[in-house]
Design a protein around this ligand. Structure first.
Ligand code: NI
Ligand code: MN
Length: 228
């Protein structure tokens, strides 16, 4: 069964075509997740990183080394992990590659990126993953941007989209509703909310706001599994 498990903040474990793809692991330093998710027990075949900020890469090295899981990211993030003895694929924006579980396409995100040690982290990204009937969009940390209008032009419209909704560092849920129009996807999973004070939202208000637009917003609990 293909599924998406929420591991807190922007971290998800995507189970797709028999592979486990871990996205933006930030578990040990996240007090909301660390007591619930056992990093040692996580099984990953690939690790997908949207940018170099610590709230997206904190556990990537440990999990990559332990599982022999290659890191997929932009060239700069991938090179940083390669120098630390991880296997990595350094892609860049506009590029795509078939990793066996599906095709991964790196798309634009409007944000910033540096590594936990302050070194340059390249440009932040989102990803489109195409596998069978699924087109899954991970927007990464991003502002609302006209580039999102390109998303449904690839493959077909996304079947599920993971968008940041917490505001302050990224778009908020009102902007995410506009984004859902631009990407032509009405099934949205929210992330990047309620981890730190500046990104605290009222979940009921956010869900009702989406409902008022005829859309579905899922704000998962940590460890919640969403079937695809
Ligand atoms: Ni960030
Ligand atoms: Mn972030």
């Amino acid at each position: 069964m293909n599924s998406l498990r929420y591991l807190g903040h922007s971290c998800f474990l995507l189970h797709l075509a028999g592979k486990n793809i871990l996205v933006d692991p930030f578990i040990r330093p996240n007090p909301k997740a660390s007591g619930i998710i056992d990093v040692e027990a996580l099984e990953a075949d690939f690790i997908l990183l949207t940018h170099g900020h610590n709230d997206h890469v904190a556990d990537a090295h440990e999990i990559s080394r332990k599982n022999g899981a290659p890191i997929i990211s932009n060239y700069e993030v991938a090179t940083w992990f390669e120098e630390k003895d991880c296997q990595a694929y350094g892609m860049n924006h506009g590029g795509r590659r078939d990793f066996g579980f599906g095709e991964v396409r790196m798309v634009n995100a409007i944000h910033s990126s540096n590594m936990p040690d302050g070194s340059y982290g390249g440009n932040p990204a989102g990803y489109l993953i195409h596998s069978g009937e699924h087109v899954i969009y991970f927007a990464g940390d991003t502002a609302l941007t006209m580039d999102m209008k390109l998303i449904p032009a690839y493959y077909h419209r996304p079947t599920l989209a993971v968008l940041p909704v917490g505001g302050y560092f990224t778009m908020d849920y009102e902007d995410a509703a506009i984004a859902s129009d631009m990407i032509e996807c009405n099934k949205i999973v929210g992330c990047h909310f309620n981890t730190f004070p500046p990104i605290t939202i009222n979940c009921n208000e956010a869900i009702k706001y989406f409902e008022s637009k005829g859309k579905e917003l899922i704000l998962p609990e940590i460890n919640q599994i969403i079937n695809l």
